[in-house]
Design a protein around this ligand. Sequence first.
Ligand code: NDP
Ligand code: GDR
Length: 380
Amino acid sequence: MSQKVALITGITGQDGAYLAEFLLKKGYVVHGLKRRSSLFNTDRIDHLYQDPHTRDRHFVMHYGDLTDSTNLIRVIQEVQPDEIYNLAAQSHVKVSFDTPEYTANADGIGVLRVLEAVRLLGLVERTRIYQASTSELYGLVQEVPQKETTPFYPRSPYAAAKMYAYWITVNYREAYGMFASNGILFNHESPVRGETFVTRKITRAAARIALGLQDKLYLGNLSAQRDWGHAKDYVEAMWLILQQDKAEDYVIATGVTTSVREFVRMSFAELGIEVEFSGKDASEKGVIIDRDLEKLEALGIDPVHIKLGQTVVKVDPAYYRPTEVDLLIGDPTKAKTQLGWEPKYGLDALVSEMVLSDLQVMRKDAYLKAGGFDTFNYFE
Ligand code: NDP
Ligand code: GDR
């Protein structure tokens, strides 16, 4: 049997990197679409890179953008993919309020461009399409836990664009018989999660505070609740969705929800630092109330930076969203029964992996600082 060929848009992102690795292990030839950038933007996939002069390459990158139809048509024609994973998007909910038109173009119409390219190139029979849909579609709570039949109520330009993307995918499936499926994925994180999403912002800051590189972490809505899983588990679900006999849409989630506040507590606790919250709304703060000296020592952290009574978390309303999604908790029953999908990571393991990875990363900054070099943190 010939090797399967996959095209991943958004390959330089968190999910793109995990999925590329997953598909390469399965023996696929993986093509990826990356945007031109004035700086290198391939950190997450550099370990997969193959020199263009290598014969029989399994990993090939193409310049492209979801806002450019002719580019997408050319790349898809060249690659002739068996499977397209459309992961590219302006994926930050808060930023979508600042760039609503661009977000609609890339996240909404971008999907239409991919679907049309496949149709116009006569690849409907050959190419299966996965669309990266999102739990943000559920927005304002209508029902919990949220499942495939729960009504949508988008609460941001991002979610509204993804709602168009969801339905145009369903429409092309019904109108043209395409194998096109939505994975409605709840939040999923990892050590390579973008640094401005809340989990990574927290694990990064906890590591920096422990190493004396930063005093405080400013956050927005501490009461928001999310169903957080691990990206590694979720890319497996994407693949399973495209291996079915029939194209359908699936919720992918853990079924457990946790507040941002609790995620903060868990992250500091992983480092042997106990944080307690007091106050309300914008005056709420998190203070160090205890430290586990044995744990700190085992992790090589100097307790001098961890002062009892020190405020390490404050609220900055600048991080509030004009309209918020308060509670997400998914019901993955359909994925479990039909796909045989089961997440391997619980929240404890996810937090632990992220915090310990950031501790490693931040140690580099600590060495630089100790050597007299300035380090700059954009996220304080
Ligand atoms: P990231 O933000 O980490 O990655 C997004 C990717 O899309 C990056 O490779 C980015 O390129 C690329 N991209 C952005 N705009 C364009 C464009 N106009 N043309 C081409 N490429 C573009 O997101 P994740 O990996 O976390 O998420 C993957 C997908 O899944 C997204 O569509 C997201 O909306 C969706 N999703 C994510 C969830 C999550 O919890 N992670 C949950 C549900 C859905 P660059 O690196 O150059 O910025
Ligand atoms: P989300 O993820 O909006 O759910 O979208 P994010 O981590 O940005 O926010 C989660 C919740 O935390 C609250 N919050 C903060 N968020 C950020 N980014 N920064 C803060 O300082 C902060 N303080 C509190 C937010 O208000 C929110 O309630 C992610 C993205 O990956 C989407 O692309 C994806 O579709 C959804 O998950 C499922």
